[in-house]
Each structure stands twice: as C-alpha cells, then as structure tokens.
Design a protein around this ligand. Sequence first.
Ligand SMILES: Cc1cc2nc3c(=O)[nH]c(=O)nc-3n(C[C@H](O)[C@H](O)[C@H](O)COP(=O)(O)OP(=O)(O)OC[C@H]3O[C@@H](n4cnc5c(N)ncnc54)[C@H](O)[C@@H]3O)c2cc1C
Length: 393
Amino acid sequence: MTFDAIVVGARVAGAPTAMLLARAGRRVLLLDRATFPSDVTSTHLIHVPGMAYLRRWGLHDAVANAGAPPLQRFSMDFGPFTISAPPPADDGAAHPYCVRRTVLDAILLDAARSAGVVVREGTAVEGLLHSSGRVTGVRGEGFEEHASIVIGADGLRSVVARSASAETYHATPSLTACYYAYYQGVQPREAAEIYQLGDRAVVLFPTNDGATCVFVACPAAQFHDFRTDVEAGYAEALARVPAVAARVAAATRIGRMQATADVPNFFRTSAGPGWALVGDAGYHKDPVMAAGITDAFVAAQLLADAVHKGLADDLDAAVSAYAEERDRRFLPALQLTCQLASMEPPAPEMAALFATIAASEAESTRFFGVMQGSTPIPEYFAPDNLARIMTGA
Ligand SMILES: Cc1cc2nc3c(=O)[nH]c(=O)nc-3n(C[C@H](O)[C@H](O)[C@H](O)COP(=O)(O)OP(=O)(O)OC[C@H]3O[C@@H](n4cnc5c(N)ncnc54)[C@H](O)[C@@H]3O)c2cc1C
C-alpha cells in the first residue's frame, strides 16, 4: 500500500501531525522504534497555548484529567524580585499542565490511531528511499514503505534529517546541563516555580499522581565539575532556595535522577522534495522556556495543513512555505532561549524592566504571554511597549 504520508516518530510532534492528516482524510503510516507507554528525557510543562491546541483537537480534557493539577500561577524568582501571576488564557484554555510524557504521548498516539492512522510501534527506520531526486519512502530491517511525503518527527538525532542531508543553521551548542528527579509530597502544588539564582536554575513542576518534578540546571561549562558528585551539586543548588530545599527535604524521592547535557540550539532545513521535519527534528533548543511540546503542537498543525493542501496542489511548494513560516515564528524564541540559557545575569536595563514587571500582577501576566508564546517577542520588546511598562502607563 502506498501512503499519502509516513511519519517517523510518534510523540508530541509526530502523533498530532499524523492525527491531523488522517482526520483530513489522508492515508498515514506512523512509525516509532519505541513501544508505548514510553518515557523520554523531558520535564512536562504544556503552556496554555499548547492546551489551546489540544482543545481545538478535542484532547484538552483527556490531558487535563490525566492526574496532573491545573497550574494556577507561574512564578519566576530572580532573587531580588519575583514575577508571579496567572499566565494569560488563550483561545478557551486557562491553565498550563505538567503531564508525564508516559501519559501525554500515549493520549496523542491513541488519538492518532482513532483517527485512522496505521501505527507501528517497535519499528526503527534506518533510512529513506529516493527516486529521481525525491524521497519516496522509508526502509528498515525487513521492510520498505512508500509515500508521497516522509515526515521526520524523530527528534534531536533525526534519521530522516540525516538521510535527507538537512542542513543545520542558527546553531549554538548546548549552554546548560539539566538534572531532575521526582518527589512525592512536595507542597503546595499550585504553581510552576522557577528560581534563577546566579548560575543555577531550580524548577518545580507539579505532575501526575502527587509527584513533583524538581529540576536543576547549571552552565554547560560546569557540567564536568557538577558530574563529579551529582547529588552534592543538586543539593547545593536546592540549598540556594532554602524554602524549596525544606519542602523537598520533607518529601520522598521516587525513581532515579535523570540528566542530560545534550541540549543544543538550532534549526534544520525542514523541507525538501518528498520530505519535511517537525518538532525537535527540525528545531531543537535548550529547555529553559519549556516550550518544546507547545512548539511541536504549533508546527504539527502548520505542517499538517501544508501537506494536506500540497497533496492536492504543489506539495514541495507547500512544505517549503511551512518551513519558512516555522523559522519566521520561532527565530525570536530561539534567540531569547539562547540568551536565557546563557545564565548571564540580566543587563541592568533588563533587571530594571523585570523589577517593574514584578511590581504589577497584570504586567506579570502580560510578561508570561511572552514566555508561553502567545505574545510575539518582537512586539513585547518593542521600544514603545517597554516605555509603556517602565512608565506604568
Ligand atoms: C531536560 C529537558 C526538559 C524539557 N522540558 C520541557 C518542558 O517542560 N516543556 C516542553 O514543552 N518541552 C520540554 N522539553 C523539550 C521536549 O521534551 C521536546 O521538545 C519534545 O520531546 C520534542 O518532541 P518530538 O516529538 O519532536 O521528539 P521526541 O520526543 O524526541 O520523540 C521522537 C520519537 O522518534 C522516535 N524515533 C527516533 N528515531 C527513530 C527511528 N529511526 N525510527 C523510528 N522512530 C524513531 C523516538 O523513539 C521518539 O519516540 C525538555 C527537554 C529536555 C531535554
């Protein structure tokens, strides 16, 4: 059977892309080498705009009722001041959630399957099939499959990107190293809490079943030192926020510590004849803005719309337009991500801006519109808007 689309990778980028194409009447094959439910190295924040995408797709309630609490507030503590407020609502969604990936990814995969996608788990793609300068399908051990387009949703080390010779650009190497563990009984559980204290970030994400993900980041340059005694380094970071250290000390760790220092920042060329990339495969960045899941939903919708339209018209032009739109939307966020992940203290004018924002709950909510991706970064940092904030207009 020839498919309209083959999607490689069945998580937050691949499953919605496949689902949306199938709902539009396309024949879709979705392959993943993992079997689900399956975990991935990631914390869990789905920003309000991500929840709005789930709402449009009819999946909001399944995710909201998956056992993680609705987060009432974001709180960013910079030491001298704290920006704390509810994030802005977006298109009918009001709260962010931190759902474990074993749960979230399984909900998305089920939705793809229910839409009529042919799903094959435990199936590794080893390379692409080419004919007359186009990608025409995928191959793996003992199988070949053909389609009008192959979509790589296969993450950071994308085989589709490598086999299609996708170029990397706007690249900055890993800037941080990340460590996290889960604790049962950290109270309260109403907010996503972020503490940016010197060269350490500490983050608390309340997730499913009473567990809280407690995350620590340090500059990549300190990774080797940190690694000599991870537990001591982790405890030292928590101790910078004594109130958090006490809450964590009163809780029980469940499972092992997870770590990665493999968080490079880049775009990859995300479209070519017969292929496209979505999610981390085409746009990878440091987790400092916790935006990978929400961004994957945005790109999945853009790409599915482009492919559906292109299959009836000019597929290569449609996916090429998708790739341009993806870059246009996300370049400012990639740049801001690299700035925040550098863990440099904010410049004096930026510190003054943050302090002014922190003094007003309404202004803090507007600021979180930037962090969650619903307010365009260039619009927020435009001189007239900064002047408005600083003068309290
Ligand atoms: C430490 C850390 C914390 C993070 N925290 C957050 C957060 O709080 N909020 C947020 O929004 N984002 C966060 N992110 C980012 C987020 O995890 C990613 O952006 C997201 O997982 C990308 O999803 P994806 O579907 O593109 O790729 P992935 O989740 O990487 O999935 C790729 C899939 O492709 C499959 N695959 C790969 N190769 C093949 C192959 N050859 N054949 C078949 N299948 C294949 C894999 O098995 C996998 O299932 C974090 C990332 C890290 C590293």
